[in-house]
Ligand binder design. Structure first.
Ligand code: SAH
Ligand code: SF4
Ligand code: F3S
Length: 473
């Protein structure tokens, strides 16, 4: 999940100056992609951008002049969904003046709404669910033959043969499992992302090797519940356990040359095993940061959410992580004002945040979603309660994050240099192994410059709740 960003805001845009097609042909014009939602969507957008560039599209310089505009959408909460409609309204207007504009809605709203989206915005050319991202070229070919296309059927996700156009030159995402087989009572994801589909370990390793060869230093492995990886793949080991687990996968990809850091998200407490924790502690490239949503600090709420674990099980996971990796950072997602949540139950969520001492928590007030059980329950809470609980929660999350940040003061931290700080070009930015964003000047004491992709030691001189600053040690 994007850190500290409301999920309704676009979480990234792909942009750069237009360039001619590689073979010198005039190409098909320019494209623009706006991405809403989670890392899964960002990874899909990078692959779709790669497909568009292979087809001869060039990156456009803005949303309002591009020849093809693609919104990769999110429907996790109502405000995320509504945002898309306001963006689409403006593009529909533009299309009425310029019929050559190609308008695409991809991602989770596309999957949820399907045909209904065409009725609501008839100017659309293509509505495509997340399982169809790797087929963008085929779908656009159908659009070019003059049809409006809706691709939202259940689909086996093809291995992508195009090279993704990655936002970063240093850090990359690699999908390892698509979809979700859980049935949390509040959540649209299983409906929009479909059943779990694990990629084969060899395909994952091959993609990672290719990235390392091209200079990427850090890879984040992605899945809705990444620790459920492999349960849909066949095979049992002689010891009688699943042949493919996420722990096995980590060990399988760990020795890739040139790769310095491995991260993964999101973990589900139900599948987070001691074996996995031990592997993370043993494997030096696996960073000491774990994103394990707990959703609520109350067992009855967890039961009505159908999460399949108790607060105590969650605690034991964190204890075990801290036994093996004392400095590990822990982040999570939490929902407040779930239907029927009492004041006392809500207080248990606050207490758990205080007790665990999270480095970061993505917070949300419950939002009723179409075709989910909880949305039909009678005991929905008032908007005023949602706003009040969320506000208090956010203040607590910030206070705890500030306490957690304080431990870095005066320490020397390993930082992977990612890019120039867009808000202050005299600085570079990167992350600690524990995933704290860190800013520092580009020049060492001896006058030499560091570059993106370098691993440097930064002495931390200033701490803020969600970021750090320092100088090169
Ligand atoms: N698979 C991950 C989470 C994916 S969705 C997991 O189970 O932990 C990302 C986050 O959005 C969730 O962790 C949850 O906190 C939030 N979320 C999902 N549905 C929501 C809803 N209806 N209202 C508010 N927040 C929601
Ligand atoms: Fe949604 Fe639950 Fe699946 Fe996470 S595990 S994506 S919250 S249904
Ligand atoms: Fe949103 Fe879809 Fe991700 S609903 S959070 S973009 S899986």
């Amino acid at each position: 999940m994007a850190e500290n960003e409301p999920m309704s805001a676009p979480t990234s845009t792909l942009q750069s100056a237009p360039v001619p097609a590689a073979d010198g042909t005039p190409g098909r014009g320019s494209y623009w992609i706006t991405t809403f939602g989670c890392q899964m969507n960002k990874a899909d957008s990078e692959r779709m951008a790669g497909i568009l560039e292979t087809m001869g599209y060039t990156p456009g310089s803005d949303e309002h002049s591009a020849d093809l505009v693609l919104y990769n959408t999110c429907t996790i909460r109502d405000n995320a969904e509504q945002k898309v409609y306001s963006y689409l309204g403006r593009q529909a207007q533009r299309k009425r003046l310029n019929p050559h504009l190609t308008l695409v809605v991809a991602g989770c709203v596309a999957q949820q709404e399907g045909e209904a989206l065409l009725r609501r915005v008839p100017e659309l050319d293509l509505v495509m669910g997340p399982q169809h991202a790797n087929r963008l070229d085929t779908l656009l070919a159908q659009v070019e033959s003059g049809q409006q296309v809706v691709a939202t059927g259940e689909n086996h996700i093809l291995e992508d043969i195009t090279t993704a156009r990655r936002d970063s030159q240093v850090c990359a995402w690699v999908n390892v499992i698509y979809g979700c087989n859980e049935r949390c009572t509040y959540c649209v994801v299983p409906a929009v992302r479909g059943r779990e589909q694990s990629r084969l370990p060899e395909a994952i390793r091959q993609e990672m090797e290719g990235l390392a060869e091209r200079g990427f230093r850090e890879i984040t492995l992605l899945g809705q519940n990444i620790d459920a990886y492999g349960r849909d793949l066949p095979g049992i080991t002689p010891e009688g356990r699943r042949a493919h687990t996420f722990t096995d996968l980590l060990r399988h990809v760990h020795d890739i040359k040139g790769l310095e850091r491995i991260r993964f998200a999101t973990s589900h407490p139900r599948y987070f095993t001691e074996r996995l924790i031990d592997a993370c502690a043993d494997l030096p490239k696996v960073c000491e940061h774990f994103h394990i949503p707990f959703q609520s600090g109350d067992d009855d709420v967890l039961r009505s959410m159908a999460r399949g674990y108790t607060v105590d099980r969650y605690r034991r996971i964190i204890d075990r992580i801290r036994q093996r990796m004392p400095d590990a950072s822990i982040s999570a997602d939490v929902i407040v004002a779930f239907p029927g949540e009492t004041e006392a139950q809500y207080r248990r969520t606050l207490a758990l945040i205080e007790e665990i001492g999270f480095d970061l928590v993505n917070t949300a007030a419950y939002s009723p979603r179409p075709n989910t059980p909880a949305a039909t329950w009678p005991d929905q809470l008032d908007e005023a309660v949602k706003v009040a609980r969320l506000q208090e929660l956010n203040a607590l999350v910030e206070r705890i994050a500030r306490q957690r940040s304080a431990r870095y003061l005066g320490r020397s931290e390993e930082v992977l240099v990612e890019a120039v700080n867009p808000k202050d070009p005299s600085q570079l930015m990167g992350r600690t192994r524990t995933n704290r964003l860190t800013f520092f000047p580009a020049r060492r004491a001896d006058g030499s410059l560091v570059a993106a992709g370098d691993l440097v030691a930064v002495r931390i001189e200033e701490v803020r709740p969600f970021s750090l600053s320092g100088s090169l040690a």
